[in-house]
Design a binder for this molecule. Structure first.
Ligand SMILES: *[C@@H]1O[C@H](CO)[C@@H](O)[C@H](O)[C@H]1NC(C)=O
Length: 790
């Protein structure tokens, strides 16, 4: 017997020799490493069978043919066992045409090899077949690839997408894969119930889980995905899915359903018949802006609940929102309304997904306060005031809760009011005295009135000026009021009783001077006064030289002969009006010196005074110009005298403080011009004197001491200053020294550093005359200062 080669070397194989002649026992031989085997046998008929040496490790190892019958007459070579190879065939049932996108894959399962075979279907045929399949355990899978996505994932769903087969020595036929439908991938941020409307109109319920998942759509065509009673909104309520282009679906929760309820107490309403059909609920943001509204609908009637009926409402809210819900009874049928406790609920949409219910509201009929006024009067203003703080109504003590007014029957109803606090009622009506007579009832008493009319006896171009009216009555009642221009006034809100009325206005006498009045309840009285002019005014303005008006300047009018005195201040426009000047009287009018207390430090006024004789009309245009006191002091002067040219360089100007004459404040040579000026001396009195620098033995030099008051006149000019000089002093001394009266020919004119008006010039001239006439005095002269206007 010849050795025969075996192609499989992975397992130890054995070959059995059986069915030989009776004297030949069956034998089993192991093949060598390359699968050769050999039997030595007598001639005869034999059967050779090949099988694995350890069938447990390779049960699928089969050979084709399973056995070979041989007739041995001579050495027989080349008996070959081949490993069995079969065909595996089947078909795919698709919803539509299968086509080349469908592949069938044959995979070995026994781990012997990773070998796999793939066949694709064609448009013409949905049959598949694998040939030359070796025996063994296999898995056959079906897949439909998307030519678009190329992801390698199956895009169809199958009844079974794989079958396991044991391939033996025989062909396998009739494997069938049935397409169940089409995969669609869904990724959702939340679990949600949904249903599919299939192309044929039938419904399929779905439960979409949170996360990624695939859903098998069983029929081809366009499906609609709807969400069922979801508490999450995914943006749109409906999604279309086309199996011919099944795009992945991403569901992201965008809004969450907030729902709440309102329990309404039917007992407070006095029965179900007054229940509203629904209750609007406003949704506001934190700033109180209304974002949206919901409607709470009646969901249970009060019969089985016995006292409360339930309304429910819901709204969609975005994540992160802070919302305020406020229910309102919006019925406008004139009936009583329901109020809700608490008034509002605050909700924060913080977590994703299902939201906790909004805390419930309880509603009950608002509190209505009914009352009346007597006698029945309409339009009595009723104010309802919170007696204590109210949480529900967010009122503080004393806050106004509600306003209303009485009807023609004198009745009022104030409501709806929150019933968590008590209220007080205030009633008022213009022209009436309203006072409480019960908790909610009031009595009204009409006020009396006095109309005052003042007429002038004279023809006047202008309307009658304002008059002070002084009204006094019982129990110390007093009312001082000023009429408007025109002379009319009404005292209202007066209780009945006795009154005394007196008009007052400077420069006028009234007829009658006063009036007693007896007022009945609700009575209106007209009282007339006639006014006569008995005194007059002087009117003018006070300004600075620049024309700028000066406020707060006092102007006075004096009639010394009759000891009459009036004064008046200037207003912001600089105007003044001196009132009450008596006719046929001469007054001197001037800007009054009020000393340091004057707001502005007025140095002087021009004119200094005006003398007027008052007739029977007002005097207008009495204007004054005032000069403010300068801040810095300037003392100037000039010197004249005999031999001034030679003496100039020897003359010194010396200034001392009047309060301390020993102290020299300043001493300086007289300038060549014979003119000097000293600035910024203190605002006080100073002594000015010329001195000589020549030795006193040669000359006798004398000059007068002049007192200067820089406090009153901060800027002053003195001059001409003069001196007396005697040269031959020794000659003089030989003879008994005569007592010279020191006649100093000094005529001191103090001038203000400005330009004089004609009138002032005259006054200045007079002053210089008077100054000259007093120079004979030897003592220190006080300067007579004349005011000058420049
Ligand atoms: C005085 O009477 C007038 C007019 O009736 C009124 O407006 C005013 O309030 C009263 N003044 C006083 C202090 O009663």
């Amino acid at each position: 017997m010849r050795i025969s080669q075996m192609p499989i070397l992975l397992f130890l194989l054995q070959v059995a020799l059986t069915h030989g002649p009776e004297n030949v026992k069956p034998q089993v031989k192991q093949t060598d490493k390359i699968g050769k085997f050999c039997f030595e046998v007598p001639p005869g008929e034999y059967r050779l069978s090949a099988f694995p040496a350890t069938p447990d490790t390779a049960p699928e190892l089969m050979f084709s043919p399973p056995h070979i019958d041989v007739s041995v007459n001579s050495p027989l070579l080349g008996v070959k066992f081949y490993q069995a190879q079969v065909d595996v065939r089947g078909s795919v049932v698709c919803k539509e045409t299968c086509g080349s996108s469908v592949s069938v894959i044959l995979l070995r399962k026994d781990g012997i090899s990773k070998e796999q075979m793939t066949v694709s279907l064609t448009d013409q045929s949905s049959e598949f077949s694998f040939s030359n399949v070796l025996p063994g355990k296999y898995r056959i899978e079906v897949k439909s690839y998307s030519p678009v996505t190329m992801s390698g994932d199956d895009i169809w769903c199958w009844e079974h997408s794989s079958v396991d087969v044991d391939v033996g020595a025989d062909n396998i036929e009739g494997i069938t894969f049935v397409q169940k439908g089409y995969w669609v991938s869904v990724t959702s941020s939340h679990g949600v119930d949904a249903y599919l409307n299939q192309p044929d109109g039938s419904h399929v319920n779905l439960k979409i889980k949170k996360g990624a998942q695939r859903i098998c759509l069983e029929s081809p065509g366009v499906h609609e995905l709807h969400f069922v009673n979801s508490c999450i909104s995914f943006g749109s309520s409906l999604l279309r899915i086309d199996t011919s282009n099944p795009l992945p679906i991403y569901l992201k929760g965008e809004k969450y359903l907030l729902s709440g309820r309102i329990n309404v107490d039917t007992n407070s309403l006095g029965g179900d018949e007054n229940l509203p059909e629904n209750i609007p609920v406003d949704m506001l943001d934190n700033e109180g802006t209304v974002l949206d509204g919901a409607t709470a609908r009646l969901v249970s009637s009060g019969i089985d609940q016995s006292t409360a009926v339930i309304y429910e409402y819901s709204v969609w809210a975005n994540s992160g929102e802070k919302l305020i819900f406020v229910p309102r009874d919006m019925r406008n049928d004139g009936g009583k309304k329901i109020l809700f406790y608490p008034r509002q609920q605050h909700v924060s949409v913080t977590q994703d997904g299902r939201q906790a219910p909004i805390s419930p509201f309880s509603g009950r009929l608002g509190l209505y306060i009914e009352g009346s006024v007597s006698p029945p009067l309409s339009d009595v203003h009723i104010r309802v005031i919170a007696e204590i703080e109210s949480q529900s109504a967010s009122l503080k003590l004393g806050d106004l809760a509600l306003e209303t007014s009485t009807g023609t029957d004198g009745l009022y109803i104030a409501g709806p009011l929150y019933d968590d606090i008590t209220y007080t009622i205030e009633a008022s009506k213009p022209g009436y005295h309203v006072k409480p007579v019960g908790p909610h009832s009031f009595s009204c008493q009409k006020f009396s009135q006095i109309y005052v009319q003042i007429y002038s006896r004279e023809d006047m171009d202008e309307p009658f000026p304002s008059v002070l009216l002084s009204l006094s009555g019982e129990d110390g009642y007093r009312n001082n009021s000023v009429t408007g221009v025109g002379g009319m006034f009404t005292f209202g809100n007066l209780f009945p009783g006795s009154f005394y009325l007196r008009p007052l206005l400077k420069e006028y006498a009234f007829s009658p001077p006063a009036q007693a009045i007896e007022l009945g309840s609700g009575e209106s009285r007209e009282i007339v006064f006639h006014a006569t002019r008995v005194a007059y005014s002087a009117i003018g303005r006070v300004t600075l030289l620049s024309g700028q008006s000066v406020e707060g300047i006092t102007v006075e009018a004096r009639a010394d002969s009759k000891r009459f005195y009036e004064e008046s201040g200037t207003d912001s426009s600089g105007s003044y009006r001196l009132r009450g000047l008596q006719p046929d009287t001469t007054y001197v009018i001037k800007v009054a010196r009020k000393g340091e207390l004057d707001r502005t430090r007025i140095e002087r006024a021009s004119p200094e005074s005006v003398t007027v004789k008052v007739g029977h009309e007002d005097i207008k245009g009495l204007d004054f110009v005032v000069f403010e006191q300068p801040e810095t002091t300037i003392l100037s002067g000039h010197v004249e005298g005999k031999k001034i040219k030679e003496l100039n360089s020897h003359i010194r100007v010396e200034i001392r403080l009047a309060s301390d004459p020993s102290k020299i404040e300043s001493i300086f040579p007289l300038p060549l011009s014979n003119f000097f000026q000293v600035k910024d001396l203190s605002k006080s009195k100073h002594l000015l004197q010329l001195k000589s620098a020549l030795p006193s033995s040669a000359h006798k030099f004398e000059s007068e001491v002049i007192e200067i008051d820089l406090e009153r006149h901060p800027q002053v000019h003195v001059g001409p200053l003069s001196y007396r000089i005697e040269e031959d002093i020794h000659k003089q001394e030989l003879t008994p020294a005569p007592v010279y009266p020191l006649v100093v020919g000094v005529s001191v004119i103090t001038l203000f550093v400005c330009m004089p008006r004609l009138k002032d010039l005259y006054q200045a001239a007079m002053a210089s005359v008077s100054a000259s006439s007093t120079t004979a005095k030897k003592d220190v002269r006080k300067l007579v200062v004349r005011k000058k206007t420049y």
